[in-house]
Design a protein. Sequence first.
Length: 363
Amino acid sequence: MALQTIQRDLVTPEEEVKFQKFISPPKDNPDTPDRLKPDIEFYRKLMVGVDLNLPSRLPDGTDKVKMMVIADDAPKNRLPEQFPSPLIRVRQGQIVHVHADGGQDGHTIHFHGIEPTPMNDGVGKDSFEIGSYTYQWQPKHSGTYFYHCHKNTTLHVELGMYGPLIVDPPEGPGYVTGYNLPGHLIRYDVEAFWAADEIDTRWHDLQHNAFLTHSGHDPNDPSTFTSDGILNDFRPNVFVISGAVRANDTTPITDSRVAVKAKVGQTILMRVVNAGYTIQQFSFGLDADVIAMDGRPLGVPPTGKYSAPFRLSAGTPFRLTSAQRWELIMRPTRTGTFPASVDYFDWVTGKKLATARSQITVA
Ligand SMILES: [Cu+2]
C-alpha cells in the first residue's frame, strides 16, 4: 500500500519552543504539525481514577485497588471508565487522530510499536509531556499493539494507564495479516485480547510524580530528584488478565474478557501482550500457530522476510517480557474445555509468583 508522504519544512524556532522537553506542565499546548484530515478519531483523558474490585480481601483488609486509567473522552457515546483503558482499533493506512487531555499534571500517550513522527511518539523524555494535544499517526503494519502513558512510565503504566491497540488490515476486523498465500490474510471467527498484568498495591499509594524530578526544575540536577519512590522494588500481590483479577492459583477466570468461547471448525485469533513487569509464561490447551510477534507478521515480506510462523503444540508454554506481543491462531477440531493460563515470574529472581487460569470452551 502506498502511504501518503508529507513534505514539510524544518521546525521553526517559534514552533520549537512549544515542543520543549522536560517541561511539566508544557509551556504551551502545541498544534499538531503537518495536521491532516483524520480517517478516524479517538478522545482520551489521562489519569482518571477507577476502582478495581478484588475477589477477596488482601491481608491488610483492602478489597479494591485504585487504578489510574486513560479514559474515553469522546464528546458523545462516551465509554465508561475502565481498566485497562478502552480499545483503540484502526486500519492499516488510516490517518489516526487521538485527542489527548493530559490536564495540568502533564502526561503522554505512547502508541507502542507504531512509528510516528517524534512529536507524535508520546515519549515524554524524547518529545514533550502534554496538557492537551492531538496525536497524529498512520500505522504501516497491521497487528497487535498497546498504548500507554510515557510519563514517569514505570509508575504510570503500573497504575493502569495502558490499553489495547489493534491495527486491522484494510479489510477490517475478521482478518489478520499472517503467512497465507497469495494475499497473506487469515480470516478468523473469534478474537481474544489478553493483556496480562500484575499490581503492587503499595505503589498505588504513591503520588504520581514519585521519584521524578520536581516539575519545572533542571532535570539534570540531582538535588531536584525526589526520594519518595520505590520503583525498583516491585512486589506484586494482585494478578490480572485484561482487567479481570484472578482469585487464586487454581480457580479459572470466567470473565468474558478472558475466557474464550468457540465452535468446532472456527478459527480463534488470540492476541497476547505482557502489560506488566514480571516474566509471563502463557500456555494454551490447543495447538496454536504463532503468526506474528510485536506487530509484525512472521514470514510476510517485507518485515518477515527472514522469519516464519511456527506451531506450538497444545500446552507448550512460551514466555513474554514487558510489552512483547504475540498473535496465535487456533483451530479447534473437537469439543471440550481447554486450559489457558499465565504464570508470573519475579522480574529479578525468576521465582514463580502466581498463576492466573482461564479456559477455552469449544462447543
Ligand atoms: Cu501518566
